[in-house]
Design a protein around this ligand. Structure first.
Ligand code: A3P
Length: 440
């Protein structure tokens, strides 16, 4: 055994300590083995996932933590620090068994808000829309000639967008880095000013990762270049261009779910790029809501009205509704041959069929590596710049070991369409016929 038990204990303590620093919880004082991670430390399920990624990274071993998170077909309700240590040590003594289902422990009950248990109404949606920070997307500056073609994956968060991005990154004709967060800002400087907060600074890393990959730079070199762009007033369009310069014939694919929060942001893609292509990724709202509740994204996205009294489920539903509504509205201004709708449910149940369809749309040859997303993590940029735990996008991607078809319908154990508001139901019925199967 390469790693000593004493190392495991100190690694787990260090990781939990570091995570506690980033959680706005009440826990203070010394960690102890009987400490319960949800009840005492205030962990949410995404903290569990982050903890497992960090422990694996520090120990340099794949542990297979999903077996710790699920017992006898049930998700564990809580875990003590001692249990995490014991599990990790046992895994280092014997090889991990294959595991089917992947999930994190149930998140603590979401904060009960004004709308807990009530259906989302048109008035709620109007109030919610006011909470989204208005985005002033100004002139892009610099050369007015449009950049060459790029591809955008458009979806709300928790729609399987990280999985789709990593599948796309398996095709050598495509370049799909982690979330770039460029289109929402006119200049690189404005982008830094908005994202440079404790909860969002990791969102700056997608651009760093992309430069490291395209130019063979270290993280520091890439950050220095971006710093120079910020200081010199470089527009985000010019920055997109400098990424595209080094891609040869590869198409740049940007998946940044927050673009869908505003039609004005989406329209920037038409302003910046020559004949951009769009992939609308749709997931059933109940699946997205369940995923959002489990991931405690509200904490990670202060933009989304942390202080509102909507319940987590109501917020998730409105994020689904407003994002998809914006995407559909934007699609009306785009030629139909530049638009493809796909669903998360279809991708996980028929990965090859859907990747072939996507390749036909993008006019690139299909590649089998697309349906093996757990291949080379450096090439697919699924490692973070400094640490995998800081990767933007879905940390749960790391818990899976393969594309999991059961994930398409897991939400059915927890909720039904009966809880959805009338506006959400109306939008479901407007979605492309290709994705009607998400309700089946
Ligand atoms: P759940 O939370 O319902 O499990 P996004 O990347 O847009 O935030 O989407 C996250 C969702 O994609 C999560 O849904 C996550 O589990 C799912 N996902 C990630 N990797 C997956 C895989 N290999 N197979 C199936 N679903 C996956």
């Amino acid at each position: 055994m390469a790693v000593e038990c004493a190392d495991v204990e100190s690694t787990v303590f260090e990781v939990v300590d570091e995570l506690l620093d980033s959680i706005d919880g009440d826990f203070e004082g010394e960690l102890f083995p009987q400490m319960r991670l949800i009840a005492d430390a205030g962990f949410s399920s995404i903290d569990f996932v982050q903890m497992t990624v960090m422990i694996e990274e520090q120990l340099g071993e794949k542990i297979g933590f999903q077996d710790m998170l699920m017992r006898d077909g049930q998700y564990v309700q809580d875990l003590t620090l001692g249990e995490v240590i014991a599990f990790t040590e046992s895994r280092l003594r014997k090889p991990a068994a294959a595991s089917a289902a992947v999930t994190a422990p149930s998140a603590p009950a979401p904060a009960v808000g004004r709308y807990e248990g009530q259906k989302v109404t048109a008035q709620d949606v109007a109030a919610f829309t006011q909470l989204i920070k208005p985005r002033r997307v100004g002139p892009s500056g610099g050369a007015q000639r449009k950049n060459k073609r790029a591809v955008f994956v458009l979806s709300p968060p928790r729609s399987g967008s990280t999985l789709l991005r990593v599948m796309i990154a398996g095709n050598p004709a495509l370049f799909a880095p982690p979330e770039l967060h460029l289109l929402s800002y006119a200049t690189m400087d404005e982008r830094r000013a908005d994202l440079n907060t404790e909860h969002s600074e990791h969102l700056l890393d997608g651009a760093v990762r992309a430069l490291m990959h395209t130019r063979g730079w270290t993280g520091d070199q890439a950050r220095q270049f971006i710093g120079e762009c910020e200081a010199s007033g470089t527009s985000t369009r010019e920055f997109f261009g400098s990424l595209q310069e080094n891609l040869g014939n590869r198409l740049l694919v940007d998946k940044t779910p927050t673009y869908a929060f505003s039609v004005d942001i989406l329209r920037q893609a038409e302003e910046y790029f020559e004949d951009a292509l769009y992939i609308h990724l749709i997931r059933h709202p109940c699946g997205m809501i369940r995923s959002y509740e489990e991931s405690n994204l509200t904490r990670m996205m202060p933009l989304m009205m942390k202080n509102s009294d909507f319940s987590t489920a109501a917020l998730a539903e409105m994020i689904w509704l407003v994002s998809n509504r914006n995407i559909l509205q934007f699609s009306e201004s785009v030629a139909s041959d530049r638009w493809l709708s796909v669903s998360y449910e279809n991708i996980v149940t028929d990965p090859e069929g859907n990747m072939r369809r996507l390749c036909d749309f993008l006019d690139v040859p299909y590649d089998d590596d697309m349906i093996n997303p757990y291949g080379d993590n450096k090439a697919r940029m699924t490692d973070g710049v400094d640490s995998a735990s800081k990767m933007s996008g879905d940390l749960k991607f790391h818990l899976h070991r393969q594309i999991d078809p059961a994930a398409a319908t897991r939400w059915r154990q927890f909720c039904s369409e009966d809880r959805l508001g009338a506006e959400t139901m109306e939008l479901i019925s407007k979605l492309d016929a290709d994705v009607a199967s998400i309700r089946a």
